[in-house]
Design a binder for this molecule. Structure first.
Ligand code: TYM
Length: 330
């Protein structure tokens, strides 16, 4: 057992409320009890074509967002994945114990291969191994993520166990922490698929930077059923259930209370209230983020400290791994 928590978000596009609800918000609750390490997974982002200058800018913006959401740089190690070269190096070692077939079966690989048919690169397929390296380098016990990352966590666990079995006990086998509420926030336009920051339809997601007017407008337009009762039922009423989940996360009210509050009020009023609650919840985060971005020196200093702390752990793990697999040490 260890007391370490690790997670990361990719600096691809602007994060959505799904990234907040499924991941970042929960990190904040863990930082007082655990040794938390949170990364910005820029190497993962390269698996899809990027505009270099934009990727650089988004990396720093994501750090500002983490802090604006309440992740405390005094309590947590915050760093950029590419600043710690051991991530790429451990990936190489783990690649040698990963079967090609395992990677080809990953749901996200299959989805992304369809979406980026013109660019099915090795990195896209190797993505879960890099993610396993992120985690295994830091002797991590818990990984707080949304439900879509569960399969990748399984791979990280399998690789840890496989390596341990082959080369003797080395890695802690990590466990996911998936939130009870909001583990899978759905698209506002297509409640059968997950909300994604890369969705082509901007009405399908709420970005963390959307204005109050846009947020309210998008919720008003959210796809729901033709009934008019606000009631939680994922099968029969996926759209309304998704909105109830979002409302519940942002207000702290449980499903029964929400149902009672909107009894006889119809969808129009409900959607308006969801929009207002989310807009209100995001406002202080947006303000804080803007304030932080005005001081780039401060943000870079956090990343420098973070990289140093992360490197010192990663260095030790990788050295141990190199030794165990038989690489000659100087
Ligand atoms: P990414 O950037 O796609 O998403 C970041 C976090 O947001 C969660 N999430 C969601 N939660 C609820 N509902 C949704 N619709 C939704 N969409 C995304 C994700 O589960 C994730 O927690 N590969 C990872 C980043 C990563 C990582 C790691 C995570 C790299 N290395 C090591 C954990 C540990 C990713 O692309 O997340």
């Amino acid at each position: 057992m260890s007391n370490t928590v690790f997670s990361a978000v990719q600096p691809s596009g602007v994060p959505t409320i799904a990234n907040y609800v499924g991941a970042i918000k929960n990190w904040v609750n863990l930082q007082n009890e655990y040794d938390c390490i949170f990364s910005i997974a820029d190497l993962h982002t390269l698996t899809v074509k990027q505009v270099p200058a934009e990727l650089r800018a988004r990396t720093l913006e994501l750090l500002a967002l983490y802090i604006a959401c309440g992740v405390d740089p005094e309590k947590c190690v915050l760093f950029v994945q590419s600043h710690v070269h051991e991530h790429a190096e451990l990936t190489w070692i783990l690649n040698t114990i990963t079967a090609v077939g395992e990677m080809q079966r990953m749901t996200q690989f299959k989805d992304k291969s369809l979406k980026h048919a013109e660019n099915i690169n090795m990195g896209l397929m190797d993505y879960p191994v890099l993610m396993a390296s992120d985690i295994l380098l830091y002797n991590v016990q818990y990984v707080p993520v949304g439900a879509d990352q569960k399969q990748h966590l399984e791979i990280a666990r399998d690789l840890a166990m496989r390596f341990n079995a082959r080369y003797s006990d080395t890695f802690i086998v990590p466990e996911p922490i998936i939130p009870k509420l909001g583990a899978r926030v759905m698209s506002l336009q297509e409640p059968s698929s997950k909300m994604s920051k890369s969705d082509e339809n901007v009405n399908a997601f709420i970005s963390m930077l959307d204005s109050p007017d846009d947020i309210i407008r998008k919720f008003r337009r959210a796809v729901t059923d033709s009934d008019s009762v606000v009631r939680y039922d994922e099968q029969e009423k996926p759209g309304i259930s998704n909105l109830m989940t979002i409302y519940s996360v942002f207000t702290g009210e449980d499903m029964d209370a929400i149902k009672a509050r909107f009894e006889g009020k119809g969808y129009g009023e409900f959607k308006q209230q969801v929009g207002e609650a989310v807009a209100e919840g995001l406002k202080p985060i947006q303000d804080k983020r803007a304030e932080l971005l005005a001081d780039k020196t401060y943000l870079l200093s956090i990343l420098k400290t973070g990289a140093e702390k992360a490197s010192s752990i990663a260095f030790r793990t990788l050295r141990k791994v190199y030794k165990k697999v038989g690489l000659l040490q100087l």
